[in-house]
Ligand binder design. Structure first.
Ligand code: SF4
Length: 509
C-alpha cells in the first residue's frame, strides 16, 4: 500500500476505537451492576463447567511513562503481603459461590506480579489448588518485568506449574527508552528469557509497542530483529495510545516527537515484516506466534478467543478476575472490582460480599453481536447467519464482494429480528476500499483490512454512538481545562495521581 493510499484510508477511518476485548466494552460499565449481580451470576454457572482465573497485582517496581495500567510503586513488603491476603480472601468468597470447579487457565497480571513476596505467591497458588481442581493440561501464566526478576523467582514458578511467561520489552532503542522512563538493556531481556527457559517454562511471550516518541521504521525494525533472536513463542505489538488527559504520567512524554498515523502504520508493517521473515504467523490484529505454538494452532482451527488480556486460547465461558480493578467475564455479563487497591481492600474488609464496583449485563443481542465481533477479530471472517461458529470462507476479490452485497439478505432466525440493514450499508466503504469482501452472508477481511479490524468490527457495535457523544463532551471539557491551564490557573503536571482501570496499551491508528 502506497503512502498516499494509506494516508487516505487513515483519514477516512482514523480515530480511537475500543480494542474489542469484550462487548459491551468496559466503557459501558456502570455502578448499576454490583456485587449482587456478580454473586448471582457466579452461583448460576452451569454445573460442572470449568472456570479460568485472573489475579491482578497493582504494584510495580518502577513506573513507565507510557503505561496506562492500574498500578503504583509500593515498596513496603508488609503492604504487598497484605494485598496477597486480600486476594486469598476473595478467592475463598468466589469458591463459596462456584464450588470446587476445574480451573483451566490462571493468569497473574498487573502491574508486576513478581512484586508479591515469593512465599505469598506460593500461598495464593496453594489456596487455588485447595479450593479448585487444577486442570493438568491448563495454562498458568504470569507477566514479568525483565528489569526486576528476583533470581529465586523463575525456578519456583517452574515448580509451581507455571508454563507461560509474558515479558514487557516495548522497544530497545536507548533514546526511546529514555523518554519513556524505562531503561532496559537487551541483556536484561535475554537473561530473563534464559532464566525462564532454565526453569522449564516452555511458553515465552514478548510485548512490543510502536508509535512511541522518537520511534522510526528503522528503529522498530532493529528492535524486532534483535527480539526474534530470543525466539519467543508469541509476540504482541500494541500501538501507543497517547491519552495524557486520562493518564497524567503521559504528560511527561514529548508530544512533538510522536509519529503521525501514517508513520505508525508503517512501523507496524516493519515489525510484521521481520516477524514473518522469522517464521511467525499473524494472529488477528496484533499478535504473532510460531506455527507450533498453541495460539497459532487455535487461530488455524478457528478456536481463538478474546478476553481482557487480548487474544487467548482459553475456551472457558467464565473468566473470574480477583484483585483491584480485575474484570470478570461471565455468560450473563461483566463485572469489575474496585479499581484503587485501598478501596478494594476496604470493600473486602467491611462486608462479606464480593468487592464489585461496576459492570454491565449482556443482552441476547449483545451476545450475538459479540460473537460477530469476536470472530472478525480472531478469524478475520464471520458468517452472519452462523456467527457462533468459526468459518474460513475463501477470500473473494472486491468486485465479487460488491456484487455479493446486492444479493446479501440475511434471514431472520439465528439472528432474531435483526436483518443487518444498517450494518450492510456501513460496510460499503470497506468494500470499496478493498478492506473486506463478501461471500453470501460471510464477511472476509482482506490482508489490507487487517490494521482496520477494529473499524470493521465497530460496524456491529451499537453502543459506540452514545459513547462517541460522551467522548465529544470530554474533549470539550479537556479543551476548557487546557485553556484554564494556559491562563496559569492550574499546573496539572504536579498531579501525578493515576486514573486507574484503563488498559495498559490501547491501540489507535
Ligand atoms: S509497563 Fe509494566 S512495569 Fe511499566 S508501569 Fe506499566 S505495568 Fe508497570
Amino acid at each position: 500500500m502506497g503512502v498516499a493510499e494509506l494516508s487516505a484510508l487513515i483519514k477516512r477511518y482514523g480515530g480511537n476505537l475500543p480494542r474489542y476485548t469484550s462487548y459491551p466494552t468496559a466503557a459501558s460499565f456502570t455502578a448499576s451492576v454490583g456485587f449482587s449481580h456478580a454473586q448471582t451470576w457466579l452461583s448460576a454457572l452451569p454445573i460442572g463447567s470449568p472456570i479460568s482465573l485472573y489475579c491482578h497485582v497493582p504494584f510495580c517496581d518502577e513506573l513507565c511513562r507510557f503505561c496506562g495500567c492500574n498500578t503504583s510503586v509500593v515498596r513496603q513488603e508488609a503492604q504487598r503481603r497484605a494485598y496477597a491476603e486480600t486476594l486469598k480472601e476473595e478467592l475463598h468468597r468466589v469458591a463459596r459461590l462456584v464450588g470446587q470447579r476445574r480451573v483451566q487457565h490462571i493468569h497473574f497480571g498487573g502491574g508486576t506480579p513478581t512484586t508479591l513476596p515469593l512465599d505469598a505467591l506460593r500461598d495464593i497458588m496453594q489456596t487455588i489448588a485447595t479450593l479448585f481442581t487444577l486442570d493438568p493440561n491448563g495454562e498458568i501464566a504470569m507477566e514479568l518485568d525483565p528489569r526486576h526478576v528476583p533470581v529465586e523467582y523463575p525456578p519456583v514458578l517452574g515448580a509451581l506449574g507455571f508454563n507461560r511467561i509474558s515479558l514487557g520489552v516495548q522497544d530497545i532503542n536507548p533514546q526511546v527508552q529514555q523518554v519513556c522512563g524505562r531503561l532496559q538493556s537487551f541483556e536484561q531481556t535475554k537473561n530473563a528469557v534464559e532464566q525462564i527457559r532454565a526453569a522449564g517454562i516452555g511458553g515465552v511471550n514478548i510485548d512490543l509497542i510502536y508509535g512511541l516518541p522518537y520511534q522510526t521504521q528503522e528503529s522498530v525494525t532493529q528492535t524486532a530483529l534483535q527480539i526474534v533472536t530470543l525466539k519467543p513463542e508469541r509476540l504482541a505489538v500494541f500501538g501507543y495510545a497517547h491519552v495524557p488527559w486520562k493518564q497524567k504520567r503521559q504528560q511527561l512524554m514529548p508530544e512533538q516527537a510522536l509519529p503521525d498515523s501514517a508513520e505508525r502504520l508503517a512501523q507496524r508493517a516493519c515489525l510484521e515484516r521481520v516477524f514473518e521473515d522469522a517464521g511467525y504467523e499473524k494472529i488477528g490484529l496484533d499478535h504473532y506466534a510460531l506455527p507450533t505454538d498453541s495460539m497459532a494452532c487455535a487461530a488455524r482451527a478457528g478456536t481463538l478467543h478474546r478476553n481482557f488480556q487480548g487474544y487467548t486460547v482459553d475456551t472457558c465461558q467464565a473468566l473470574i478476575g480477583v484483585g483491584a480493578s480485575a474484570v470478570s467475564m461471565l455468560p450473563q455479563g461483566f463485572t469489575q472490582n474496585h479499581v484503587a487497591a485501598a478501596q478494594y481492600s476496604r470493600a473486602l474488609a467491611e462486608s462479606e460480599h464480593l468487592p464489585t464496583a461496576r459492570g454491565v449485563a449482556r443482552r441476547e443481542e449483545d451476545r450475538l453481536r459479540w460473537a460477530i465481533i469476536e470472530r472478525l477479530m480472531c478469524d478475520l471472517c464471520v458468517d452472519l447467519q452462523n456467527p457462533f461458529e468459526s468459518c474460513f470462507c475463501a477470500q473473494q476479490d472486491s468486485q465479487q464482494g460488491a456484487k455479493a452485497l446486492s444479493s446479501w439478505t440475511p434471514e431472520e432466525g439465528t439472528n432474531g429480528a435483526l436483518k443487518w440493514e444498517k450494518e450492510r450499508a456501513a460496510l460499503e466503504p470497506f468494500i470499496q476500499d478493498e478492506l473486506i469482501t463478501l461471500c453470501g452472508s460471510t464477511i472476509n477481511v482482506t490482508e489490507k483490512g487487517r490494521p482496520f479490524l477494529r473499524h470493521i468490527a465497530s460496524v456491529f457495535d451499537t453502543y459506540r454512538e452514545e459513547l462517541a457523544q460522551q467522548a465529544q463532551k470530554q474533549t470539550k471539557e479537556r479543551a476548557k481545562e487546557q485553556a484554564q491551564k494556559e491562563m496559569g490557573k492550574e499546573n496539572t503536571l504536579k498531579n501525578t495521581s493515576l486514573k486507574q482501570g484503563a488498559p495498559c496499551f490501547s491501540t489507535s491508528l
